[in-house]
Design a protein around this ligand. Structure first.
Ligand code: BG6
Length: 483
């Protein structure tokens, strides 16, 4: 397989919040890797902008350190790194005042793509949009990139959308959900719509239920303040799990273009049933001998925020009526393991009799780590003893199937930033999609308020026992969480 890197035209990228955590951990290392891969050349310019008093030299040093720490660049990359640092500039800027704006304007080159990455708290989005407009940077060549959280409920998301819409067209706004940039998540669409095999079976007639699991083994250390205000529902379900659900459940778009795909996702969100409190289980991790509890980590001993959530979700449309989707996500679970399992119904009649047992096909799409696809099929157990059946996996690891190419796959941020420059919005959320997701999420969160506090669960477990009961009572079981 030959890697096909399509270089992008020279561009200007401004990172507001350029000294922040996301810029250092993700955005700058991603740009560096794309530079080294030859996708962007030395004509492009990356401009950090933040309140911190720094000059370009100081910022370049900071970027060099960040890449050393998060970018995987060793000594042998020194030349590539120096060339990359030559692209970098910095302005000290006040989002709400006038400081730095004329200087920033002077750095932007006319007639080429300029992208403005809002890697700052959402309360600054409106100010940045306004200043970009005021200083003549909000022209037709520009795009803005905004990070999650996009609001904390429907009302705040609407306000943010309105603040951005005052100065930018929807086609210029790139709302990031980094799950959409993951290679395996894009693969969901390739598997569904590139194969004849699955689509005819992809409905409630053949699918018993679907499980979506995004399990993490780490806790919330270092992000306690943000996380305790968000919880798993806002932090993960409203965006990442919702996107996975949409890609699994949507109708085939007529084309793989931004609006065709996003129209279909939106229809799924609008078809979601409200979730009754009885179909939600929340949990919070406890301490171990060596690791602090959730409450200790967020420094709030009365916190009723969930670090785990499981939900039973129903979609009211022709394709899915009657097929439940079980979603779960949480911190400090047994393993870091994310997958989607499509559990097919039993064969309508067994010709092998009772003793052959009950067997089911399960298609598992493993998102991370060890990306791949596994299809459980039923075969005869070898040897004498009659017709005894056994389930075996048809197991395909992408790393094995694709060889070294699989390792060279860009990470989500690399892919998404290059899409911004190319002007491709397919993997970004549209404003109406985000609002619809909040409209579904808000009543579920409102239901927490009358609810008991989250159930405690042990670090390294699969979440609270009540989450097991959520699916057991339907005569089903969760799949094991394992990497
Ligand atoms: C982020 C959440 O959006 O996604 C984090 O805020 C979470 O809480 C992270 O840990 C998970 O991303 P990934 O790529 O590690 O699965």
């Amino acid at each position: 397989m030959v890697s096909r890197i399509i270089p992008v035209d020279p561009f200007d990228l401004v990172i507001f919040g350029g000294t922040g955590d996301l810029a250092r951990r993700k955005i700058l290392p991603a740009l560096y890797r794309r530079f080294r891969a030859g996708q962007m050349d030395e004509q492009s310019r990356i401009i950090g902008a933040a309140r911190t008093e720094l000059d370009a030299r100081g910022y370049r040093e900071m970027v060099g350190e960040a890449i050393g720490e998060f970018g995987g660049g060793g000594a042998e990359d020194a030349r590539g790194l120096q060339e990359f640092l030559d692209l970098i500039d910095y302005v000290t800027l006040d989002a709400r005042g006038e400081t730095g704006w004329p200087e920033l304007r002077a750095l932007i080159r006319e007639g080429r793509v300029s992208a403005y990455y809002f890697s700052v708290a959402p309360r600054f989005f409106g100010d940045l949009a306004q200043q970009l407009h005021k200083y003549g940077m909000a022209d037709g060549n520009c795009r803005i990139v905004v990070e999650k959280p996009f609001g904390r409920d429907l009302e705040s998301a609407k306000l943010l959308n309105a603040a951005l819409a005052r100065h930018f067209d929807e086609s210029q706004i790139y709302r990031i959900d980094h799950y959409l940039g993951k290679e395996t998540v894009q693969n969901l669409m390739a598997v569904r719509f590139g194969n004849m095999l699955f689509e005819p079976l992809w409905n409630s007639q053949f699918v018993d239920h679907i499980q979506i699991t995004v399990a993490e083994s780490e806790g919330v250390a270092g992000r306690g303040e943000y996380y305790d205000r968000a919880g798993a529902m806002r932090d993960m379900v409203q965006n990442h799990l919702m996107q996975l659900l949409c890609l699994i459940a949507m109708e085939p778009p007529a084309k793989f273009d931004p609006d065709s795909v996003r129209d279909e996702k939106l229809k799924v969100i609008r078809a979601l049933d409200p979730v009754r409190p009885g179909n939600v289980v929340r949990g919070q991790y406890e301490a171990t001998e060596t690791r602090p509890s959730y409450r200790k980590q967020v420094e709030n001993r009365d916190s009723a925020t969930e670090s785990f959530i499981a939900l039973k979700v129903l979609i009211s449309n022709w394709r899915w009526a009657g097929t439940p989707f079980y979603l779960r996500t949480g911190k400090r679970l047994r393993d870091r393991a994310s997958e989607i399992a499509v559990v097919f119904k039993d064969a309508p009649h067994s010709i092998f009799g009772e003793e052959a047992g009950r067997h089911r096909n399960i298609l598992t799409i493993k998102l991370q780590p060890n990306e791949g696809i596994e299809l459980g099929v039923t075969i005869k157990e070898p040897g004498p003893g009659g017709m005894r059946l056994v389930d075996v996996p048809l197991d395909m690891s992408f790393a094995e199937a694709l060889g070294p190419e699989a390792d060279a796959v860009p990470d989500a941020y690399e892919r998404l930033i290059m899409d911004v420059i190319r002007g491709n919005q397919t993997l970004f959320m549209r404003g109406d999609e985000v609002e619809a997701a909040w409209a579904w999420t808000d009543p579920i969160i409102a239901g927490f308020e009358d609810d008991a506090p989250p159930h405690p669960y042990a670090t390294g477990s699969s979440g609270p026992d009540e989450a097991l009961a959520l699916i057991h009572r339907d005569g089903r079981r969760w799949r094991e969480i394992k990497a």
